[in-house]
Design a protein around this ligand. Structure first.
Ligand code: HEM
Length: 185
């Protein structure tokens, strides 16, 4: 959520477009609050969240330990060897993504077609994140509510993008992120 708020703070045009989408959803619901159906219909919010998870992946690598000797694509992996997939690095590899450190939500419009090996912020396969749907819904409800009322801007001293991350399987910003939430008029 912090990475997402940070990305919006530094991309006014994206945030304005998102607020327009959210305002419209509120309007359709009679202005009181957005319901489950409306939240799921916020397509631009989906693109923005996916793009934010790509640039700053909260989990930087996925590890598996071979329980038996196994051969994968001709490569022998002996029992007890740890295999590490650098999922965060794959999400920003310039050989795989055009201008990878730029926040461009539109590029995620065909996320279902993106190779699930190169974009897997929640992992992949039978052990992928069990909280995936909950996490996405939570983010959509939180930002659908916040952006209806506030505009997020960088505060003084906030590091400019791209953010430098500390990386111990899960990532966190090296420097503190300070943001201003200004009530919308
Ligand atoms: C943006 C938020 C989140 C991200 C990026 C994330 C990412 C991940 C990743 C990459 C894995 C490892 C998958 C693998 O090893 O293949 C994982 C596992 C897991 N996540 Fe999440 N997660 C998030 C939120 C949540 C939430 C909200 C919950 C619970 C409510 C949750 C529960 C779990 C559990 C229980 C596992 C272990 C699954 C297993 O080993 O079978 N996660 N998550």
């Amino acid at each position: 959520m912090v990475y997402f708020a940070y990305n919006l703070a530094f991309h006014d045009h994206v945030q304005s477009k998102l607020q327009a989408e959210i305002d419209e959803a509120y309007f359709k619901c009679g202005g009181s609050g957005i319901d489950f159906g409306e939240v799921n219909g916020l397509e631009y919010l989906d693109l923005c969240i996916n793009e934010s998870l790509r640039i700053y992946s909260p989990v930087s690598r996925i590890m598996r330990c071979a329980s038996n000797d196994v051969i994968v694509n001709g490569l022998k992996i002996p029992k007890r060897v740890m295999v590490i997939a650098p999922t965060g690095a794959l999400c920003v590899d310039p050989d795989l993504w055009d201008d990878p450190m730029s926040f461009k939500p539109e590029r995620m419009s065909d996320v279902k077609d993106v190779n699930s090996v190169i974009y897997q912020p929640f992992g992949d396969g039978p052990r992928k994140c069990v909280g995936l749907k909950f996490a996405l819904l939570e983010m959509k409800i939180a930002f659908g509510t916040i952006l209806r009322k506030y505009t997020i801007n960088p505060a003084e001293g906030t590091p400019k993008p791209p953010l430098e991350l500390k990386n111990f399987r899960t990532t966190s910003p090296v420097e503190d992120i300070r943001l201003c939430f200004t009530p919308r008029t």
